[in-house]
Write a protein that binds this ligand. Structure first.
Ligand SMILES: [Zn+2]
Length: 421
């Protein structure tokens, strides 16, 4: 068997056949001959007017220990449709890429699963190459089709870079929370870009959108999608309740310490009054889901209950609010919420009274979320996924890099491996 025939069979490059194989200090260089005579512009136009020719190399998957390069003549053509000189498209590599399609697909497949350093060592390429490949592969896969057939979406902000920078993420509730859109920033203007991409017709098809209660997202959503029902995401409602409870705990702790005449912070650790002792170490007992409480935590809740402590009342109200999302069949959510709002309003616990005012202002959105059973829990998971992406070495540089990785890992992309085709 001839060497070129052997390489033809091994590499299986589409649209070209192996014309030569040479070995140099950099590795094996496989010369390709194109089957296509006329050059094709990336826009799809088949041209006659060849502008110039040059020889280009693409890094391909390794051959054992040797690096392998594909080499071919590449032409630039004077494209009439684009109105300028462009480099022709080749079947084995993406436009502007210096790595073959197979190589890039392996990088993207690995980037979904492992850290950047592992990829650079395994495939012997640079960090910059990995980042550029991820961006290119994602751009190819994330097309407009993902915005088709959107009916129920979740919108949320996620932070990256230790919480100082934000992205706005839109997910599809009907595709298991798959991310469909990511934009830089967390303002209404950011979300407006999503609606601009979606267009008026598809925006009109939206039936529900779940989000937090800050207002900017809801305002933009209502303005752009006229038929949409805005839902207050349960996660954010419970988070507000937990914040109110924690505020109450801190107020009680400070009150108890002041009552005992303790002013110096270091004294607080050693000498505490009985009133302060009751409040101390209750933080997690109050905030955790009751079914996961330890014996000690259950005990401190019990002490608060026996003392008819204000913290226990606040805790009961928090749990009753959580009940809204786990009502038995037949129980009316609106009745439950209205009764809760009335109790919270009369509680004389300042943080809880303030909470009841906020929730009353969003009563309809809260009930819409219960009615439609929508929650942004998948979107909340994104924050930890982004931490993982950062931890694995991607996305330190720019929002663009983080956004590409979110599309790659959280939008349900399947990257085909060369061995699986
Ligand atoms: Zn063109």
């Amino acid at each position: 068997m001839r060497v070129t025939t052997a390489f033809n069979k091994m590499l299986g490059i589409s649209g070209a056949s192996v014309a030569s194989v040479t070995f140099g200090p950099e590795g094996a260089v496989v010369g390709l001959r194109r089957r296509q005579r006329r050059p094709v512009c990336p826009c799809g136009w088949r041209g006659r007017g060849i502008y110039d020719r040059s020889v280009r190399r693409w890094r391909h998957l390794d051959l054992g220990a040797a690096k392998l390069f594909l080499e071919a003549e590449i032409r630039r053509l004077d494209c009439r449709r684009c109105g300028r000189v462009r480099t022709e498209e080749v079947p084995w590599a993406r436009p502007r890429a210096r790595h073959s399609r197979d190589f890039e697909d392996v990088v993207a497949w690995l980037a979904q699963r492992t850290d950047k350093t592992t990829i650079t060592r395994l495939l012997r390429c640079s960090w910059e190459a990995v980042a550029a490949i991820v961006t290119r592969v994602v751009a190819e896969h994330v097309d407009d089709a993902r915005l088709e057939g959107l009916y129920r979406i979740g919108v949320d902000e996620v932070s990256y870079r230790k919480g100082h920078r934000y992205l706005t993420v839109v997910a599809d509730h009907d595709r298991d929370g798959a991310v469909v859109w990511v934009g830089e920033g967390k303002s209404g203007a950011t979300l407006d870009q999503f609606f601009a991409a979606l267009g008026p017709e598809r925006s009109h098809l939206l039936q529900a959108a779940s989000m937090d209660m800050h207002g900017a997202y809801a305002r933009v959503t209502r303005a752009r999608a006229t038929r949409v029902r805005v839902c207050a995401d349960p996660f954010h409602v419970i988070k507000l309740a937990n914040t109110a409870l924690d505020e109450t705990r801190r107020a009680e702790w400070n009150k108890a310490r002041r009552a005992a005449g303790i002013t110096h912070p270091s004294w607080g650790r050693t000498r505490t009054s009985p009133a302060a002792q009751l409040v101390k170490h209750t933080r997690w007992a109050l905030l955790k889901d009751p079914v996961t409480l330890t014996a000690d935590q259950r005990d401190s809740l019990d002490q608060l209950r026996r003392a008819r402590h204000v913290l226990f009342r606040a805790w009961v109200l928090k749990e009753e609010l959580r009940d809204l999302y786990r009502l038995p069949p037949g129980r009316r959510a609106d009745a439950h919420l209205d009764a809760w709002l009335a109790r919270a309003c009369r509680s004389r616990i300042p943080a809880v009274v303030a909470l009841s005012r906020t929730l009353r202002a969003h009563r309809d959105e809260i009930l819409a979320a219960v009615d439609l059973g929508l929650s942004n829990s998948k979107l909340e998971g994104l924050n930890s996924k982004i931490r993982l992406i950062n931890h694995r070495g991607y996305g330190h540089h720019s929002a663009t890099a983080v956004i590409a990785m979110i599309y790659l890992c959280c939008s349900g992309l399947t990257i085909p491996l060369p061995t699986g085709r």
